[in-house]
Design a protein around this ligand. Structure first.
Ligand code: ASP
Length: 292
């Protein structure tokens, strides 16, 4: 998709979406796209947009982030989130954080601070000190028919040409307490650099980290690849490792690309002057293109 100004791409995670959850996933992506459009369309910043988009998705139990997060083997919710500013390369990340309503906002509060990543109780204490919304950790538990894992992510370019990326996740269902996935790690689950592009992934965090998927995308964009080719190359790499992932990519011009190799990857895509698109898989996009 081409862009002539601001651009926005979001995802609701890579996983097999049960038929009964498809409409809710689509509606959640549509609503989040509208929230981002409202900010970028009035000249708002990319950071503001990615945070607003993910806050809305964190409140939606159909997605594994914030309310509706996966539980670890102790039955507890520990969340990871990050925000990256492509203008300054500042990154704010939290991992294994409990009892906050919006991990993405805690990550954004950390953006201009010295630590890149705060974990567990230290992250929650930081959230409390900065006035982030706290909650009973049990309030974040919501039954999802599909269960399992996934992550939400968003990349945006604003009219000033600034890029941002953000991720938020409850991690993998039944994982070891204290386990941290790719989502808050720069160069793995996300990255943003105004000179190259912005990217956010979902999938099995251990393999995404081992394969440095976000770094691969940024390097491909720097070498002149299109966003679709850069996303496709990263997914080919994860497939070669026998794993599954999905990624959304923006280049510095605001062109959008995406790829995935699992059953579903819910995305919402919108570039200034274009029509909003929501798809649950590449197959859906291809079918739409065939009927256009
Ligand atoms: N990437 C996330 C993690 O490993 C989970 C997912 O996207 O499915 O924590």
């Amino acid at each position: 998709m081409a862009s002539n100004g601001w651009a926005l791409a979001l995802h609701g995670g890579q996983r097999e979406i049960p038929p009964g959850e498809m409409e809710a996933s689509r509606a959640g992506c549509r609503a989040a796209l509208a929230a981002g459009e409202a900010i970028l369309g009035r000249g708002g910043g990319a950071l503001e947009a990615v945070e607003a988009v993910l806050r809305l998705m964190e409140d939606n139990p159909v997605f594994n982030a914030g309310t509706g997060s996966a539980r670890n083997s102790d039955g507890e919710v520990e969340m990871d989130a990050a925000v990256m500013d492509g203008a300054t390369l500042d990154l704010g990340g939290v991992a294994g954080i409990r009892g906050v309503r919006h991990p993405v906002s805690v990550a954004r509060l950390l953006l201009r601070e010295t630590p890149v990543l705060l974990v567990a109780e230290g992250a929650r204490r930081f959230a409390a000190d900065r006035g982030a919304e706290l909650c009973d950790p049990r309030d974040l538990i919501a039954e999802r028919p599909g269960g399992g894992c996934d992550t939400i992510g968003c990349v945006a370019r604003d009219r000033a040409g600034n890029l941002a990326a953000a991720t938020s996740t409850g991690g993998l269902e039944g994982c070891m307490p204290g386990r941290v996935g790719d989502s808050p790690m720069p160069g793995c689950g996300l990255y943003a650099d105004n000179a190259a592009g912005a990217v956010a992934f979902s999938g099995f965090g251990e393999e995404i980290a081992r394969a440095m998927l976000a770094a691969r995308v940024i390097q491909a964009l720097e070498a002149g690849a299109t966003p679709d080719a850069a996303a496709g190359g990263a997914i080919a790499r994860i497939a070669a490792l026998g794993s599954e992932a999905g990624g959304i990519v923006l280049d510095r011009h605001g062109r959008i690309g995406w790829a995935h190799n699992g059953a579903n990857f819910a995305v919402g895509l919108l570039a200034e002057g274009g029509a909003p698109r929501v798809w649950l898989s590449k197959d859906e996009e291809r079918k739409d293109a065939g009927h256009a």
